[in-house]
Design a protein around this ligand. Structure first.
Ligand SMILES: NC(=O)c1ccc[n+]([C@@H]2O[C@H](COP(=O)([O-])OP(=O)(O)OC[C@H]3O[C@@H](n4cnc5c(N)ncnc54)[C@H](OP(=O)(O)O)[C@@H]3O)[C@@H](O)[C@H]2O)c1
Length: 425
């Protein structure tokens, strides 16, 4: 796998090759082998964010692990993670609503960037010192991980680690939906929900790579100026206005493509908004989440209001519905080709990664709150590097307490406040 394999923009994927197994989760760094000489090597310590159970922010713990250096299997690399991405899926995962995540205790994190620290046998196109982006099912929220070399991608020279970590999930999702599923073409119109979020901004930028695409984008009003500058033709404040009516005022026949990350009633509205031969792509269920803890009422409401119709109705309506789930996409070659295509678009300046904010591991609760409380415009990034001592937020931890111990990243006062908030959500 190399950068030269990247197809030209919007080129259809090659004839399907035998799909591989889905990418495994990045292993916690060490896999001790007693018989190997390396087992006698000095142990290494690294920090890992661990989800200790399903629930609120208090389930996130920062732990320091000390174990022997990992023994890499053939095809694997050891990565020193510099930055990783926070995704909506991890908010769901914390609440126990993301079924692709292994049961706690588990380290979450599906994307990151860093430096290759060691390579296993048979790794030909990665070497120690390479700056790479890495994809994984989980496990990226720690300082060191073992990943398959096939799931790493060389970073362009001028790309920062924060940018590298912001790219994979949001842009792969947006690209594959727009170009591989919906086949967006010049002159079409697209409704992008959560338009100021990670996937929303990625989708808007990718729409700009096609001539005359009209983008309707829903977002909180305070974010409209930014998303309009980013390419949303018609920003709509879904909180105070009926977005369906707003769209129909501008385009009485509706839209060609709806990207639906919300679920429930919004899926029904999206389907009704489609023009003939239009395509609705369902790729999330954000309506299920209302607060920091699982809300059974919101879950039931979203489930109850799901769009349900017969294929006959689709034929009669001349409309299409598709689903998209990157985590379930087992065609690794397609994902890999698309990553190289995205890196090419980045080099050409056609996609510009918008980082909303960066948080150190010890600030994971603030990072999650930023997304939960709908404050972010663009990507929320986690930094592996410890926060400098003088910058550290107040915690109840004693100095030096974190070595070989679990460090809670939420203070008791915060925990009490969150309990109250959760009850009122
Ligand atoms: N199927 C897949 O493969 C796939 C992959 C990636 C993401 N997704 C889905 O895409 C959606 C966006 O994901 P993302 O990671 O890019 O997150 P994100 O858009 O950055 O999410 C946060 C933003 O979404 C809006 N929002 C709407 N409903 C929300 C809610 N219930 N709670 C919090 N924020 C809400 C808020 O913006 P406003 O203030 O403007 O409302 C908020 O700032 C999610 O539904 C996610 O599950 C699916």
């Amino acid at each position: 796998m190399s950068g030269e394999e990247a197809p030209t923009q919007h080129q259809q994927p090659e004839q399907e090759k035998k799909p591989n197994e889905p990418p495994p989760a990045a292993s916690d760094a060490p896999q001790e082998s007693e018989s190997s000489p390396a087992a006698e090597e000095k142990p290494i310590s690294w920090r890992a964010l661990v989800l200790t159970g399903h629930g609120g922010y208090d389930k996130m713990k920062l732990q320091v692990k000390t174990e022997s250096k990992p023994q890499l299997k053939a095809g694997e690399v050891l990565l020193r993670v510099k930055a990783s991405g926070l995704n909506f899926a991890e908010l769901l995962g914390r609440q126990g609503l993301y079924d692709m995540l292994p049961n706690p205790p588990v380290t979450m994190g599906m994307e990151g960037s860093g430096v290759v620290e060691a390579v296993g046998e048979d790794v030909k196109d990665r070497k120690v010192g390479d700056r790479v982006i890495a994809l994984s099912r989980s496990g990226m929220w720690q300082e060191v991980v073992v990943v398959s070399a096939d799931h790493t991608f060389p970073m362009p020279e001028h790309m920062s680690f924060e940018e590298g970590a912001a790219l994979p999930i949001n842009y792969l999702t947006a690209y594959l939906m727009l170009f591989d599923v919906a086949n967006v073409r010049p002159g079409k119109s697209v409704l992008i929900h959560m338009a100021a979020g990670g996937v929303g901004i990625a989708a808007t930028q990718l729409c700009q790579t096609v001539q005359d695409v009209t983008v309707f984008g829903t977002a909180s009003a305070s974010k409209h100026e930014t998303i309009a500058q980013g390419g949303v033709t018609h920003p709509i404040d879904y909180r105070t206005k009926d977005y369906v009516q707003e769209i129909l005022k501008i385009s009485p026949t509706g839209v060609d493509i709806v990207l639906d990350p919300l679920g429930g009633l919004d899926t029904q509205k999206g389907f009704n908004l489609l023009k003939p031969l239009g395509m609705l792509i369902v790729f999330g269920a954000a309506n299920c989440m209302t607060g920091q803890k699982k809300n059974l009422l919101a879950l039931a409401k979203t489930w109850y209001n799901q769009l349900s119709l017969s294929t006959l109705k689709l034929m009669q309506a001349n409309k299409g519905i598709s689903g998209f789930h990157l985590g379930n996409l087992i065609d690794e070659q397609l994902v890999s080709r698309t990553m190289y295509e995205l890196l090419e678009l980045y080099k050409q300046g056609k996609i510009k990664l918008r980082i909303d904010s960066c948080y150190h591991f010890e600030e994971i609760v603030d990072a999650m709150k930023r997304m939960h409380e709908r404050q972010n415009i663009g990507k929320v990034i986690l930094l592996s590097e410890p926060k400098k001592e003088e910058e550290k937020p107040k915690t109840n931890a004693e100095p030096g307490e974190n070595v070989e111990k679990t460090e809670s990243v939420i203070t008791e006062e915060e925990e009490a406040a969150e309990e109250v908030n959760a009850e009122t959500d």
